[in-house]
Design a protein around this ligand. Structure first.
Ligand SMILES: Nc1nc2c(c(=O)[nH]1)N[C@H]1C(S)=C(S)[C@@H](COP(=O)(O)OP(=O)(O)OC[C@H]3O[C@@H](n4cnc5c(=O)[nH]c(N)nc54)[C@H](O)[C@@H]3O)O[C@H]1N2
Ligand SMILES: Nc1nc2c(c(=O)[nH]1)N[C@H]1C(S)=C(S)[C@@H](COP(=O)(O)OP(=O)(O)OC[C@H]3O[C@@H](n4cnc5c(=O)[nH]c(N)nc54)[C@H](O)[C@@H]3O)O[C@H]1N2
Ligand SMILES: [Mo]
Length: 762
């Protein structure tokens, strides 16, 4: 018997055919003209061999009790019953809270998990831990670690840059020139947090091109822009120099909009001293920039003049801030746009994240969405999200963050539900050592990810396909029902039911559930939400029966148009109320890695630096085309992309030739931090000396007992560093690393990442 139902993932809406307890086939949602390839990973995902079938406990933890252990990731697991699991886990939570306090629980639990708004694992774990008295939390995201701190300080918002970005229709109608740092990578527009029912970016860019709109794509990869453009193959990590070179032309040729800089900005003169080199003796001329970025100085001059002459949109992809000194690129992009004086004019100004996520360019909802209340966390201790290894390795030690001096808490229990640190964190050998430290590591996941393999207690979760839920996102017009497609596989349980059982064992059952089942929660969330609306919506039952609900949106937006029209009435939430080209606050922090105005900092790992002598290739560890992060890496679309069973590494023909490499070769990619294998794809779309290996291949150590072991599959976080963007934001720096690549000789070891661990008898 097969049935067809519609549902939603972060990478799009679809209709599934279900047979034999699994998704058999999917068809993209009717209105989606550009569905994401990752939909192809769904068939077979419910009964995939990598599913966690039963609650499991690491043998050493079961035998010796909680405590630091270097066996994490190498030990056997023992299957336990749900009753035993609840007893062991609730007992351990009680112990840690009783002996060490709630601060000793790290519950940041970063990760995307599923699109559903109720069964969102991170929301569930936060609500649960809040009922227990709180937890050490994490701030911001791996997506936007630097932006999340710098942009509120200099333009008063982070969220509105995306939610209320200049819309595609406005760009198509008004923009004459798009200068896109990091391109507009359509592969990334497949995805949106909370799901998405339409992917309009490709079609909008087609219309833009047909109208004669011009694009300059500044990126090491040609395919970061689809269709006609001027491709400027920049050296990775040098965009700020390019922007400074352009700004220099504007400043010295009388092309900067002095009136706008005066009326809407503060601190331009301070910045201009730096730009002109009045204090450091280094004018940031196009020639200076060209030396750094590897582009042509005359072309920079020409482009700056055109930018001043045309309606110009300066866009900066999120990847540019996921690097050392990542605060600078969005800040400098904003500054460049401010000098052009077009911020707030239709089709002009600044954009951040076109081609990073589906959201920028889309129309926002005129209302909120149903949500699960997470309660209140009384614990004040937190870390910037990408400081997880630092925290575990340096308890009690101070660190700088956003103007404050904070102290790392002493974590005893790590609780992860709905994320995969072996996907998202950098420097995996260091992460493994950090994970040896706590007394207990708990992971809820439907799959045996590397994080689950490094846990002491593994809790088998259902996937979105095995429960009722609903979802939508703030820039998509459709609220979708996500009906259960099939029964829970093996002994998996909804995270909600697990937390309800634990809460009950710990005496806070009623607080956690408020007396509701999941079904009652869905109805309750919908009804609570509908009472906040200023328009009529159908009843929950009508919504559920129909399967989706169209919501009103706000078309025609231009970012910061209100601020432009009246900067007094629509002050920005910055200290000056204006765009801060110079921030007295940041200047006052006295950091040597983030100054009072945007500037060029030379990173340790770039092609112009000393380290490039030893590691002469610049690795871009970007987002994968065929999946969302590490999710469903075992699925058909992701598997089709592999080369010799490994994650593909792309390199330019010259770099391949110099190493005697051809398509299909297995290579070892390495630097001082670690190494992984990958499968070669030779491609002219890459700037020479640049290689590209997407994130998301499941970590697969050749020797699981050795933290430094080679990953045989191709996880680029074996190579990246977790130093943090700067003392200001301490954001993720996973986008870049310098590496060397060599042919792997001998028989390549098999990839075993998806194999279910053998569960030992007691
Ligand atoms: N080198 C490098 N590293 C990066 C990046 C980069 O560009 N370069 N990008 C970074 C970015 S931007 C991000 S956002 C992160 C993403 O990092 P993550 O969000 O941690 O990655 P995902 O693979 O999406 O992990 C989600 C996990 O949730 C699980 N899951 C799904 N549904 C459920 C559920 O219902 N319950 C439970 N308990 N679990 C569920 C999935 O199986 C999966 O293991 O990675 C970051 N890491
Ligand atoms: N298909 C798919 N889409 C996704 C995701 C996914 O996993 N799969 N993840 C989603 C998430 S959570 C996020 S946060 C976003 C991330 O969005 P981004 O961070 O923008 O995505 P990336 O693919 O890492 O980077 C985009 C491009 O920037 C270019 N780039 C890298 N470094 C530099 C540089 O120094 N200079 C210049 N000029 N260009 C550079 C790379 O060539 C890269 O292809 O993507 C989202 N979209
Ligand atoms: Mo992200």
């Amino acid at each position: 018997m097969s049935t067809a139902r519609s549902s939603l993932t972060h990478w799009g809406a679809f209709t599934a055919t279900v047979a034999d307890g699994d998704i058999a086939a999917v068809r993209p949602w009717g209105e989606d003209t550009d569905p994401a390839p990752a939909l192809g990973n769904l068939p077979g995902s419910v009964r995939h061999v990598s599913r966690v079938t039963t609650p499991a406990v690491r043998r050493g933890w079961l035998r010796d009790g909680p405590g630091p252990s270097s066996r994490r990731g190498a030990d056997e697991f023992v299957a336990v019953s749900w009753d035993e699991l609840v007893e062991l886990l609730s007992g351990e939570l009680r112990r840690v809270i009783g002996v060490h306090g709630n601060e000793a629980i790290f519950g940041g639990s970063y990760g995307w998990s599923s699109a559903g708004r109720f069964h969102h694992a991170q929301s569930q774990v936060h609500r649960f831990l809040n009922c227990l008295g709180g937890y050490t939390f994490s701030r911001h995201s791996y997506s936007l670690g630097a932006t999340g701190v710098i942009m509120p300080r200099v333009v008063g918002t982070h969220d509105d840059l995306f939610k209320r970005s200049t819309q595609w229709d406005v760009i198509v109608e008004h923009t004459g020139l798009m200068v896109c740092f990091g391109g507009v990578a359509l592969k990334n527009t497949g995805v949106n947090h909370g799901g998405t029912t339409a992917h309009p970016a490709r079609e909008a860019l087609d219309r833009y091109a047909r109208k004669g709109g011009r694009v300059v794509s500044v990126s090491p990869l040609r395919d970061d822009f689809t269709g006609a453009c001027d491709w400027w193959p920049v050296r990775p990590g040098t965009d700020v120099a390019v922007m400074l070179g352009l700004a220099y032309v504007l400043a010295t040729e009388g092309l900067a909009d002095e009136a706008f800089l005066e009326s809407h900005c503060t601190g331009y003169r301070r910045f201009e001293r730096y730009l002109l080199g009045l204090d450091d003796g280094v004018p940031k001329t196009p020639r200076w920039a060209a030396e750094i970025c590897g582009l042509d100085a005359d072309q920079l001059v020409e482009l700056a003049r055109q930018m001043a002459a045309e309606r110009t949109l300066v866009t900066v992809s999120w990847s540019l801030q996921r690097t050392r000194f990542g605060e600078q690129a969005p800040w400098m992009g904003l500054t460049l746009a401010a000098m052009l004086g077009q911020i707030g004019l239709p089709g002009g100004g600044f954009g951040h994240g076109y081609g990073s996520m589906n959201e920028p360019g889309l129309t926002p909802l005129r209302c909120g969405l149903p949500r699960l209340p997470q309660g209140v966390n009384p614990v004040r201790s937190f870390i910037p999200v990408a400081a997880v290894s630092d925290m575990l390795l340096h308890p009690g030690e101070p660190f700088d963050y956003n103007g404050a001096r904070l102290t790392y808490p002493d974590i005893r229990l790590v609780y992860w539900a709905g994320g995969n640190p072996f996907h998202h964190h950098q420097n995996l050998p260091r992460l493994r050592r950090a994970l040896h430290r706590p007394d207990t590591v708990v992971v809820h996941d439907p799959y045996w990810t590397a994080m689950a393999r490094h846990a002491d207690i593994v809790v088998p979760s259902t996937t979105f396909a095995e429960r009722d839920d609903l979802s939508g996102s703030r820039n998509d017009p459709v609220l979708m029902a996500m009906p259960k497609l099939t029964e829970p596989y093996a002994h998996s349980r909804d995270d909600y039911d697990t937390f309800a059982a634990l809460a009950s064992a710990l005496g806070v059952g009623a607080e956690f559930t408020e007396g509701r089942t999941s079904a009652q929660w869905l109805r309750h969330m919908y009804q609570t939400w509908s009472r906040t609306l200023d328009f009529e919506v159908p009843t929950f039952d009508e919504f559920w029966a129909h399967g989706h609900l169209r919501l009103p949106t706000e078309p025609g937006l231009t970012l910061l148009s209100e601020f432009r029209s009246n900067p007094h009435r629509h002050r920005l939430a910055t200290p000056s109320g204006r765009i801060e080209i110079f921030s007295a606050d940041i200047d006052g922090f006295g950091y040597d890695d983030c100054a009072g105005h945007p500037r060029w900092f030379e990173p340790a790992e770039w092609l112009g630096g000393e380290l490039a002598q030893r590691y002469p290739l610049h690795l871009l560890a970007n987002q994968p085309v065929t999946r969302l992060h590490s999710q469903l890496d075992g699925g058909a679309a992701s598997q089709r992309s592999k080369v010799a069973g490994r994650e593909p590494i792309r390199m330019s023909p010259g770099d391949a030739r110099a190493r005697g490499l051809t398509d299909g070769d297995v290579v070892r990619v390495f630097n001082d931090r670690g190494a992984c294998l990958a499968g070669v794809v030779v491609d002219e779309a890459l700037r020479p000396q640049v290689v590209q290996l997407a994130t998301g291949a499941w970590y697969d150590p050749l020797d699981p007992s050795d933290p430094d072991s080679l990953c045989v599959h191709g996880n680029p976080n074996m190579l990246t560093d977790d130093l943090g963007t700067s003392s200001l934001a301490r954001g993720c720096t996973g986008a870049h690393a310098l590496v060397q690549v060599e042919k792997f000789t001998g028989e390549a070891p098999p990839v075993r990442a998806y194999e279910r661990p053998v569960l030992a008898a007691r």
